[in-house]
Design a protein around this ligand. Structure first.
Ligand code: PRX
Length: 655
C-alpha cells in the first residue's frame, strides 16, 4: 500500500455532481445484444448457471463437469472441460460461412495493408504452429514474443494456443533489460521477434534489443525473426540460434491438429507492474478466460456479424490480448489491427482509418481522447465517421469533459459510450454499461458486468455509504480472473487476497453514488497510470538509483491534463556530484534505457533531502502535494518537518 491513499481524481465532489444522464436510444436498445435488464437478475440469481449458458458460445472437445470450484482465493472454472483456444478463435470460423470473412484487417504504418480471412488466418496459424513444433516447442513450454503490431504477432499467439504452449508477450516498447527479466522469469524456450518495428517513420530496433537481452537468457534455444523492416533495421542473425519466419514456415504444412487443452491449462503469462519488486507474471488459463472475454466482448461491444471493430491498444498489453485477439476472434468478428501512431503521417490518422474501413465500433483510451481534444475538433470533422455505432474507453478514469468531447466529436451524439473498467489481472472487463440497456453518466463506469459483484469498503473492509470514497473490492469470482502469479503463488495470495478475507483487492479507489453507479478514482497504491500505461514508482526508482550519480530517489505520479499522470522524480545525488540540466537529461534517458521509453520521467527534481518518517520511509504523499501545488498534508510523522517545507519552497521557485 501507498502512504496516503491519494488518488488521481482530486475533484471528487465536482465529479459526483456530474448529473448528466444519457439514456440509450430506442433504436439501439431494440437490437442490443444485451437484451433487457433480466440479464442482471439472472446472473445474480445463478452465477454458475449464467456462465454455463455463456460457455455454450464456445466449441468444447469435452464438456465440463463442474462450472466452478471456488476455494478462495483459488478458482477453477469449467472443471474437467477440454477445448482449444485457437480452434475456437480460428478453425471453427474457417469451417463455417465465415471462411472468407475478414478476421484481421491490418493497417500498417508506411501504407502497408493486409487482410486475413478466417481461412487464411487458419493456414498461417497452422504453418507457424508446425514451425514452432519443428523448433522443439512442446505443450506447456513458454514462448516469448517481442514484436510490433503486425499480423505475425496475432498469428504467433494463436499458434502457441494451438499447440498448448503458453505465450508471454512483451510490449515492443520495453527495453532489452525488461525483456530479459521477463524471459528469465517465464523461462521461455524460444523468442519470436521482428527485425524492427515502424514508429512515426522511424525504426524501433527490436532485433538489436532482443540480441542484447539474449546475452543473459540461458533458457532461450531458438529465435524466430519476422522480416518487417528490412535493411534499415540493421538486424543481424546468429547462426544456429536465429531463423527467419519465412524460412521456418517455408515447407511447413498448413494443417495442424488442435491440442486438446484442459480448461485450467495456462494460456498465457503477461507481466504487469506491481507495487514492489519485479514485474508480476499474471497467469491466465484457457476456458474461463475465453468464456469471459468472448462474453463481455459480445455484450459490451454489441458486435454484429458484419461489423468492423477496432481496438487501438497495443497487443503488448492486456487490452490487446483480450479485445484485439481473443475476444473478437472467438466471436468470429472482424478485428482491425493498426501498427502506427495516431499522429503519423498526420493528426487525422485514426479518423482516416475509421472512414477507410467503415469502422463500426471504436475502443481507445482517455489519454488518446484528451490528446485529440488538444489537437482540435477540426481533425475528426474532416472525415466521414458515420459508420461508427459504439465507442469505448479503457485504461484510466475518463474525465467528464473528455467523455462529452468524445460523444460529440467522434460519436456525433449518436453513439453510446462504454467506459470499461478492468485490469491485467481481471482478464476481462468487469465494469461497464451494457449499451442499449444502462443509461450512462460521463465519467462513471456505471455498474459491474452481470455476475460480477463489487463493493467499496473502508480500511477495515466495511461497506462505505453512497458518496463516500473507499477501496474497490470484488466479492465473487469471475471466469477470466487470473489464477496466480507465475512462480509466486504466495504473492498472489498476499497482494490481492489478504487485505480483506475472501475478497479481491483491486488497488483502486472508488465511490458509489446514490444510483449505485461506480466512479473509479485511480490507484491507491504505488502504481502510476501514465497515458494508460501501468508503471510502478518502485521500478522507476530502482532504475534511477542504479545510475552512478544517484544516492536516493522517490517517484510519484503527478496529475497531468493529457496523460492522466506524469512521472515526477525527486532525486538526491551522491556526495560530490553536482546537479545540472545535462544530468537531468542523462537520468531520464537512463530510465528509458533501463525500462523503456514509457517510463521516462517527465520531471527530475534534485534535492538534498527527502521527507521521511521516523522509520525512514519516504513520504510520497507529501511529494505529491508539493508536485501538485497543494497545501502540505499531515506532517506530524516526519522525522524532520523542516525538510518538506524547504523542499516545497525550492520546488516552487524552480517550477
Ligand atoms: O487503475 C485502474 C485503471 O487501470 C488499472 C489496470 O491497469 P492494467 O492492468 O494495465 O489494465 C489496463 C487495461 C485493462 C486499474 O487498476 N483503469 C483501467 N480501466 C479503467 C481504469 N480506471 C478507471 N476507469 C477505467 N475504465
Amino acid at each position: 500500500m501507498g502512504d496516503g491513499g491519494a488518488t488521481q481524481r482530486e475533484s471528487l465532489e465536482a465529479l459526483l455532481q456530474e448529473a448528466r444522464l444519457f439514456r440509450p436510444a430506442p433504436e439501439f436498445s431494440k437490437n442490443a445484444n444485451a437484451g433487457d435488464a433480466e440479464i442482471y437478475a439472472r446472473a445474480a440469481k445463478d452465477l454458475e448457471g449464467f456462465w454455463a449458458d455463456e460457455a455454450k458460445r464456445l466449441d468444447w472437445i469435452e464438456p465440463w463437469k463442474k462450472v466452478l470450484e471456488w476455494d478462495a482465493p483459488w478458482a477453477e472454472w469449467f472443471v474437467g472441460g477440454k477445448l482449444n483456444v485457437a480452434a475456437n478463435c480460428v478453425d471453427r470460423h474457417a469451417a463455417s460461412a465465415r471462411r472468407n470473412k475478414a478476421a484481421i484487417i491490418w493497417e500498417g504504418e508506411p501504407g502497408d495493408t493486409r487482410v486475413l480471412t478466417f481461412g487464411m488466418l487458419q493456414r498461417e496459424v497452422n504453418r507457424f504452429a508446425n514451425g514452432l513444433k519443428s523448433l522443439g516447442v512442446k505443450k506447456g513450454e513458454r514462448v516469448a514474443i517481442y514484436m510490433g503490431m503486425i499480423p505475425e504477432l496475432a498469428i504467433t499467439m494463436l499458434a502457441c494456443a494451438k499447440i498448448g504452449a503458453p505465450h508471454s508477450v512483451v510490449f515492443g516498447g520495453f527495453s532489452a533489460e525488461s525483456l530479459r527479466e521477463r524471459i528469465n522469469d517465464a523461462q521461455a524456450k524460444v523468442l519470436i521477434t521482428a527485425d524492427g518495428a515502424w514508429r512515426r517513420g522511424n525504426v524501433v530496433p527490436l532485433k538489436a534489443n532482443a540480441d542484447a537481452a539474449l546475452e543473459g537468457t540461458p533458457s532461450i534455444e531458438k529465435v524466430v525473426v519476422v522480416d518487417r523492416v528490412g535493411k534499415q533495421a540493421n538486424a543481424t542473425m546468429k547462426a544456429g540460434r536465429d531463423v527467419t519466419w519465412d524460412e521456418l514456415v517455408k515447407d511447413a504444412s498448413d494443417k495442424c491438429a488442435a491440442e486438446p487443452m484442459d480448461a485450467e491449462d495456462m494460456l498465457y503469462i503477461l507481466y504487469t507492474s506491481g507495487t514492489t519488486g519485479k514485474p508480476k507474471g499474471v497467469v491466465h488459463t484457457t476456458a474461463g478466460y475465453l468464456v469471459g472475454v468472448s462474453t463481455t466482448h459480445h455484450y459490451i461491444f454489441d458486435v454484429k456479424e458484419n461489423d468492423v471493430y477496432w481496438c487501438t491498444a497495443d497487443i503488448g498489453w492486456v487490452t490487446g490480448h483480450s479485445y484485439i485477439v481473443y475476444g473478437p476472434l472467438a466471436n468470429g468478428c472482424t478485428s482491425l489491427m493498426y501498427e502506427g501512431s495516431p499522429d503519423y503521417p498526420d493528426r487525422g490518422r485514426f479518423w482516416s482509418v475509421v472512414s477507410k474501413y467503415g469502422v463500426n465500433i471504436f475502443y481507445t483510451a482517455p489519454t488518446a481522447i484528451r490528446t485529440f481534444m488538444r489537437w482540435g475538433r477540426e481533425w475528426p470533422a474532416r472525415y466521414d465517421l458515420s459508420s461508427l455505432r459504439l465507442l469505448g474507453t479503457v485504461g484510466e478514469p475518463i474525465n467528464p469533459e473528455a467523455w462529452i468531447w468524445y460523444h460529440e466529436n467522434i460519436g456525433r451524439q449518436r453513439c453510446p459510450i462504454v467506459d470499461t473498467w478492468w485490469q491485467t489481472e481481471t482478464g476481462m472487463v468487469l465494469m461497464s454499461p451494457l449499451p442499449g440497456l444502462v443509461p450512462t453518466k460521463p465519467g462513471s463506469a456505471t455498474r459491474p458486468f452481470p455476475g460480477v459483484e463489487a463493493d467499496v469498503v473502508d480500511e477495515k473492509g466495511r461497506t462505505v455509504p453512497p458518496g463516500a470514497g473507499g477501496y474497490l473490492v470484488l466479492t465473487k469470482p469471475w471466469p477470466a480472473m487470473f489464477r496466480t502469479i507465475y512462480g509466486d503463488p504466495e504473492r498472489y495470495v498476499r497482494q490481492y487476497w489478504s487485505r480483506y478475507e475472501g475478497k479481491y483487492f483491486t488497488g483502486d479507489g472508488a465511490k458509489r453514488d446514490e444510483d449505485s453507479y461506480f466512479w473509479l478514482l485511480g490507484r491507491v497504491d504505488d502504481v502510476m497510470n501514465v497515458a494508460g500505461h501501468r508503471i510502478s514508482t518502485y521500478e522507476v526508482e530502482s532504475a534511477l538509483v542504479d545510475h552512478d550519480s544517484v544516492a536516493e530517489a522517490a517517484v510519484i505520479g503527478k496529475t497531468d491534463a493529457i496523460k492522466g499522470q506524469a512521472i515526477a522524480s525527486f532525486v538526491t545525488l551522491k556526495e560530490g556530484t553536482l546537479p545540472s540540466d545535462a544530468l537531468k537529461r542523462e537520468l531520464r534517458e537512463h530510465v528509458a534505457a533501463r525500462i523503456g521509453s514509457i517510463a521516462r520521467p517527465d520531471e527530475i527534481f534534485f534535492t538534498s533531502e527527502l521527507p521521511k518518517t521516523r522509520s525512514a520511509k519516504i513520504m510520497r504523499r507529501l511529494l505529491r502535494d508539493i508536485a501538485e501545488g497543494r497545501l502540505l498534508g499531515d506532517t506530524t510523522t516526519l522525522a524532520d518537518s523542516a525538510v518538506v517545507g524547504k523542499l516545497k519552497q525550492q520546488y516552487e521557485e524552480e517550477g
